[in-house]
Design a protein around this ligand. Structure first.
Ligand code: ADP
Ligand code: ZN
Ligand code: ZN
Length: 751
């Protein structure tokens, strides 16, 4: 522990530290006792006393004096980095994000760091950086089954390892065995197992694939990106599914690597796009650093440090990777830019796409946003001339657009949710040895359980929601608060035992398909069937070269998978999204349908898409079937403009929740009244509208009541100016103590 023997004064130096805490400001400290001014760099971590404990903060600046009487300043405890851990580019990006999202700088910076660095670990690449692999040694191979006849689990694992030629990693073992680690330990203790460590960074592929000859639209896009290199520009790569966007990314990355720069590629969820990763590895024989939540802490820190040092020319990561320091950043690419997972939905509610654009601007480099279904924000930006709009209207290679048809299911006989026309089409495609993909965006067996005698519904007691029936696990589960209970056998209201599943989820549809198509394999892909690590990969592998299978799944199936044998896509219920409560519901439904439809006919055979609906005349569905995402999006943009919604207005949501229903309303009303006064003083020429408070779409969730207030302006600057003055006053409101509240700038859903 340091004593206060350091005499405070200007020559001593004072550091301004960003500390993770709910307070927005930075904090001043004296230098640590053994430390001179010359050793301190902004961007270094420092351990400081904070309240009754210690915290790790980031040095933002060195000052010669402080707003606070220096005799009251405490010395920092220790400096953790020599030099800047976070370079100036990341510090200024974080400062911008802190101002833009009105979130404390200390929290923002802390969120940019890999866990181990946040905890104070030395910023060094650690060895071994490897993941463990398990392999039988010679004595293990020689064991006869008799030896283990009283340990059936050990025997099963041993036999599995005996059959495998190579060492297996944890995710491969996860797919085959539940709770294998203890069993493996027993085998290891018997001396039959060798444990190897392999590097987690994908090693450069031995053979790299070469680029196909680019078509005219691809060439045009690549040239545009080429011309943009070396300066800031946003380019929207708007290419239909299968149009070869990935080839354009490759070409851009190649150009950047040739100039000895690095490329940062952001993807929605790495677990869902294993194929994209593999294609990058096959194309580029360079080190690729991965940054996503599936990595262990060490691997993640190593990737981060390699990116920072410039040792990894390609960095691929999810949302938070947008803050990775990179020594020689030359380009940023965002795949599936419309994907909602780029927006963090709690805490620091940033949008990685928007932060990335800001980063590109600060760095003076181009950014490419790719999608088959661009967000309305990006399309609007392209139309306003802020983004260069690059289109790839045709599928690449030999693949043609699939044929899309609406199936009017009104008054039709449905067998477990399937119309006769759809069933016949499925049979037709299966008979030709092709695969069928069916999309139903509802997991579980049925959306709920109903009493056939009195109409009672199984609801969650903690949320305004139904309990979802999961038949295979004999459970009713709430997907909002995760509470669960055994399936009721008797109605709690009338005592009837005639309780029936209501509606259809993927589990039930899979059960029906197994009866309808007993000869064919049914593969269900949703959160439940892919819970175990590596399960999705192995299911996709099964599908990749398969024939005559039916794939049934939720939106996980919409994500960029290349499934060349799928020729029929069936959408079981398109009506879900048509009348959603949220203003983005139709945009999202259209994107989903087009992305799912895009899985059809990506090989040599033409694809077909059938969409079941009760609203075949709906204009949005009609936009979709003419393959015209741009027409569909234009219609939506007109609606948004008329309804004065984003991207024509700038919005923020003030959310509040509490255990009593009246508390969030009381807080939000007081906040609104305070806001009215403030908006008046800002002048009438740049109005700030405050709408609400209204209850959230799901008012009660996990036992708490939620409500919201919408803030809306014409100009972005007006919004931020208003928030900057308003938010600090809110914590002073007496009603604030009774609620948990947060601000969400550019909220993606009003709910
Ligand atoms: P997207 O990312 O737009 O969905 P992909 O890049 O995955 O499309 O391309 C779809 C398929 O077309 C891939 O198998 C890819 O190898 C192939 N492809 C891309 N560009 C060309 C081209 N110019 N000529 C031939 N095949 C191509
Ligand atoms: Zn009943
Ligand atoms: Zn619940």
């Amino acid at each position: 522990m340091q004593t206060a023997s350091v005499s405070p004064g200007a020559s001593q130096g004072i550091i301004q530290v960003a500390v993770p805490s709910p307070l927005p400001q930075t904090f001043d400290y004296l230098l640590p006792a053994d430390c001179s001014v010359a050793q301190i760099a902004p961007g270094a971590r420092v351990r400081i006393p904070f309240g009754r404990s210690h915290k790790i903060g980031i040095v933002m600046a060195l000052e010669s004096d402080s707003r606070i009487d220096p005799s009251r300043l405490k010395p920092a405890i220790e400096l953790l980095d020599h030099g800047a851990l976070l370079p100036p580019a990341i510090l200024s990006l974080a400062q911008w994000a802190s101002r833009y999202y009105h979130y404390p700088i200390g929290e923002v910076l802390s969120a940019t760091l890999p866990t181990l660095l946040r905890q104070g670990e030395a910023a060094q690449i650690t060895k071994p950086s490897g993941e463990k692999m398990w392999l039988l040694n010679d004595s293990g191979r020689a064991i006869s089954p008799q030896t283990l006849k009283r340990a059936p689990r050990q025997l099963a694992l041993l036999q599995h390892l005996q059959q495998s030629e190579k060492a297996l990693n944890a995710s491969e073992l996860d797919v085959q065995f539940e709770n294998w680690r203890g069993v493996m330990r027993s085998l290891h203790e018997k001396g039959w197992i060798d444990i190897q460590e392999q590097t987690t960074l994908p090693s450069p592929a031995a053979e790299t694939t070469t680029a196909p000859e680019l078509n005219a639209a691809q060439t045009f896009a690549c040239d545009a990106i080429h011309n943009a290199l070396g300066g800031f520009q946003s380019l929207l790569l708007d290419g239909v599914t299968g149009s070869g966007k990935t080839e354009v990314y490759f070409n851009a990355v190649e150009q950047v690597l040739r100039a000895d720069k690095q490329a940062l590629i952001l993807v929605p969820e790495i677990g869902l796009t294993p194929q994209l990763l593999k294609r990058f590895q096959q194309r580029f024989a360079v080190k690729i650093a991965l940054l996503h939540s599936g990595l262990n802490d060490k691997a993640r820190m190593n990737s981060w440090l390699q990116a920072k040092a410039g040792d990894a020319p390609i960095v691929i990561g999810t949302r938070s990777a947008v803050f990775t320091p990179m020594a020689r950043l030359g380009i940023i690419l965002i795949d599936e830019e419309h994907d909602l997972s780029f927006k963090q939905q709690e805490g620091f509610r940033y949008h990685a796409r928007d932060v990335a654009i800001r980063r590109a601007q600060q760095a003076g480099i181009p950014i490419v946003l790719g999608s088959a279904t661009p967000s309305l924000e990006s399309l609007h930006n392209a139309r306003q001339g802020r983004f260069q709009h690059l289109t790839l209207p045709e599928r690449a290679g030999n693949a043609a657009h699939p044929k899309i048809r609406l199936l009017d299911v009104r008054q039709q006989k449905l067998t477990e949710g399937f119309s006769t026309t759809l069933l016949q089409a499925i049979q037709h495609h299966l008979d030709r040895g092709q695969q069928v993909l069916l999309f139903l965006n509802r997991r579980g067996y049925a959306p709920t359980l109903i009493c056939h005698d009195c109409g009672w519904l199984a609801n969650c007691s903690r949320c305004d929601a139904h309990m979802i029936l999961h038949k295979s696990r004999n459970l009713l589960r709430c997907h909002h608060c995760d509470s669960q209970r055994r399936i009721d056998t008797q109605c709690p209201d009338c005592g009837s035992v005639d309780l029936r599943p209501l509606g259809q989820g993927t589990e039930r549809a899979a059960e029906a398909l197994a009866e309808l198509f007993p000869q064919n394999e049914i593969i269900r892909i949703d959160r439940d069937s892919t819970r175990r690590k590596g399960a999705l990969q192995s299911l996709l592998k099964q599908v990749q070269h398969g024939h005559g299978q039916i794939l049934l799944g939720t939106q996980m199936l919409a994500k960029g998978h290349h499934l060349p044998n799928v020729t029929l896509v069936g959408i079981l219920d398109a009506d879900q999204g048509l009348f959603g409560l949220d203003f983005r519901a139709s945009e999202r439904m259209g994107q989903l349908i087009i992305q799912v439809a895009g899985r059809a006919g990506r090989g040599d055979k033409r694809g077909e898409v059938l969409i079941q609906t009760h609203h075949p005349e709906h204009p949005l569905l009609n936009g979709i079937i003419h393959h015209d995402y741009s027409r569909f999006a234009s219609d939506l943009l007109i609606e948004r403009s008329q309804a004065q919604l984003p991207p024509f207005r700038h919005i923020a949501l003030l959310r509040a929740e509490a255990s009593r229903r009246d508390q969030p309303h009381a807080f939000l009303s007081a906040a609104r009244d305070m806001g009215f006064q403030l908006a008046n003083t800002q002048g009438a020429h740049c109005p700030t509208e405050l709408l609400g408070p209204i209850p959230a779409a799901m008012e009660k969730r996990a036992g708490r009541y939620r409500a919201l207030l919408l803030i809306q302006t014409h100009q972005r600057a007006t919004l931020h100016n208003f928030l900057r003055h308003w938010l600090p006053q809110l914590s002073q409101l007496p009603q604030a103590k009774k609620v948990r509240w947060s601000i969400d700038v550019d909220a993606m859903e009003i709910g």
